[in-house]
Design a protein around this ligand. Structure first.
Ligand code: MN
Length: 128
């Protein structure tokens, strides 16, 4: 079992539950937030191994939320992956340029997600 702590910031309840259930089934621990503000607070409190950040959130958009995380020394180094329905090449480049460590495209591919998350977690560990 993996055991890494993953923070899921997603305002769509169905998507949030899907990602949470998939990750928990694989042995990950999860934290969940449905607003950017709550996500930022949880990130600072728990310093998760990986943050999955939705782009369209009710309060701040995911890019601004990432900016807040990067601006705070307590969360600046966290690994943050965009969770996005925007899948055009230009959008992907925009997210990477904004400082995301990667992106996952919605709708979530339930077969691939655990492997994708594992790779993001491993990449993070290798950097340290
Ligand atoms: Mn959303």
């Amino acid at each position: 079992m993996a055991g890494e702590l993953i923070l899921i910031v997603e305002d769509n309840a169905k998507n949030l539950k899907l990602v949470r259930d998939l990750l928990q089934f694989r042995g990950y621990r999860t934290l969940e937030a449905s607003t950017a503000e709550r996500g930022i607070a949880l990130a600072g409190e728990h310093r998760p191994d990986l943050v999955l950040m939705d782009i369209q959130l009710p309060d701040l958009d995911g890019v601004s939320a990432l900016g807040r995380l990067r601006a705070d020394p307590a969360t600046a180094e966290l690994r943050v992956v965009a969770l996005t329905a925007f899948a055009m090449q230009a959008d992907r480049e925009r997210f990477l340029a904004a400082g995301f460590d990667g992106y996952l495209v919605k709708p979530i591919d339930v077969r691939q997600l655990p492997e994708q998350v594992r790779r993001f977690c491993e990449r993070g560990a290798a950097d340290e």
